[in-house]
Design a protein around this ligand. Structure first.
Ligand code: RFL
Ligand code: PHB
Length: 398
């Protein structure tokens, strides 16, 4: 079997890349470890930057998003029982974000792929990448007990943080940067009306909380929990009680509770692998970088990697310029580190680190409270937050 671009992973990165490549006539095959249903059962991101929504439209999958997604012109930060609005649209000269779940993005991409009749091998095992530094790389894998060999020109490693692609790069040829935070986010999805029109990021003495949504009738809420907590430790009632305790009083009063339809704990991590390319293998999205969710950047950084790789592949196949592939890592990493810094900064500013119990943690808390006051008290400060929240522009190839 032969293709031009072999894509490892059918998460949003792999599916979006596949769709964009196919649109410009570049043949691609996706190899995925789990089933499509399993992927659609994962509840993850909810906030899309304008760059990503434009890219989804370019890929021909923006129709339902534009119909059902909600354009948000602002977000709120809450602390000391006070709410501060970050007027995204006003402060950035017209930029907004779209609230539309990753699950829905993925569903739209899967349907478009099926419609085009593009090949995806779901439930594949033993995926191994070979000869990625040569001009003739290939991938071997098994599906339904049958062994396959896929020859290709390029491999896009879109297989997330725990995938095989990054591990294929010899340790001596990559450097990894990492920070692990001493807490996680416990998230609940419920068929209840959202408590507020805009998302609220709340800093409290009891820990961080945030309110988000998927639609007018479906809410997504998160609270910071110690890493040692297990989902089973938290009944729905316990969750709602703790969330109420962390919301500003006027918001807590309006909260409508109900049974959870999903509940999970996500650890928080900052991670970057440099470079994001090794020979003809490109790392895309979570395979190359992880951010804590506080800045809503993970999926959006994945989309900007995809945009860059798509432009590179266009130039390779349309103009025969094979040199341009060497721009991939440098272009991606510039934007990735901005997203990493913003996500780290928001996480530090809004979470409670006092569990660490040290004098240093107390000092950290004072620094971060001052930071939060400084940035929310002035329009300049709020603009700095707004510019980053809506996302920096995508960079063009040289
Ligand atoms: P994914 O989604 O992890 O997909 C990788 C795919 O690769 C498959 N795979 C393999 N396939 C073949 N062979 C192997 N050996 C394989 N190993 C793995 C996996 O099964 C999977 O299908 O990575 P991708 O496509 O790069 O997408 C990244 C996003 O999923 C991620 O960045 C976001 O969800 C992060 N994130 C958020 N990002 C935002 O931009 N805005 C948000 O509001 C936001 N909120 C969140 C988030 C992530 C969260 N969690 C649970 C980590 C909220 C949460 C709670
Ligand atoms: C979500 O809706 O799941 C969500 C929104 C904003 C974030 C993180 C997660 O920063």
């Amino acid at each position: 079997m032969k293709t031009q671009v072999a894509i490892i992973g059918a998460g949003p990165s792999g599916l979006l890349l596949g769709q964009l490549l196919a649109k410009q006539g570049i043949d691609n095959v996706i190899i995925e470890r789990v089933s499509g249903e399993y992927i659609l059962g994962r509840i993850r991101a909810g906030v899309l930057e304008q760059g990503m929504t434009d890219l989804l439209r370019e890929a021909g999958v923006g129709e339902r998003m534009d119909r059902e997604g909600q354009v948000h012109k602002g977000v709120e930060l809450a602390f000391n029982n006070k709410r501060v609005q970050i007027e995204l649209e006003k402060l950035t000269g017209g930029n907004t974000v779209m609230v539309y779940g990753q699950t829905e993005v993925t569903r739209d991409l899967m349907e478009a792929r099926a419609e085009k009749g593009l090949t995806t091998y779901y439930e594949s095992s033993n995926v191994v990448l070979h000869d990625v530094k040569s001009a003739t790389p290939y991938v071997t894998f098994e599906q339904n007990g049958k062994e396959h060999r896929l020859e290709c020109d390029y491999i896009a490693g879109c297989d997330g943080f725990h995938g095989v692609s990054r591990q294929t790069i010899p340790e001596s040829s990559r450097k990894e940067f990492e920070r692990v935070y001493p807490f996680g986010w416990l998230g609940i999805l419920s068929d209840t009306p959202p408590v507020n029109d805009e998302l609220i990021y709340c800093k409290t003495d009891r820990g961080f909380a945030m309110t988000s949504m998927r639609s007018a009738t479906r809410s997504r809420y998160y609270i910071q929990v110690p890493l040692t907590d297990k989902v089973e430790d938290w009944s729905d009632d316990d969750f709602w009680t703790e969330l109420k305790n962390r919301l500003p009083d006027d918001v807590a009063e309006r909260l409508v509770t109900g049974p959870s339809i999903e509940k999970s704990i996500a650890p928080l991590r900052s991670f970057v692998c440099e470079p994001m390319q090794y020979g003809n293998l490109f790392l895309v999205g979570d395979a190359a970088h992880i951010v804590p969710p506080t800045g809503a950047k993970g999926l959006n950084l994945a989309a900007s990697d995809v945009a860059t790789l798509n432009k590179i592949m266009a130039r390779v196949y349309q103009e025969g310029d094979k040199e341009c592939v060497n721009q991939y890592s440098e272009i991606c990493l510039r934007r990735v580190w901005h997203g990493e810094r913003f996500s780290w900064w928001m996480t530090n500013m809004l979470h409670d680190f006092s569990d660490e119990g040290s004098k240093d943690a107390e000092t950290h808390e004072r620094f971060m409270s001052s930071e939060l006051n400084f940035y929310t008290d002035t329009e300049e400060g709020r603009r700095v937050i707004a510019m980053q929240y809506v996302g920096l522009p995508y960079e063009d190839l040289k």
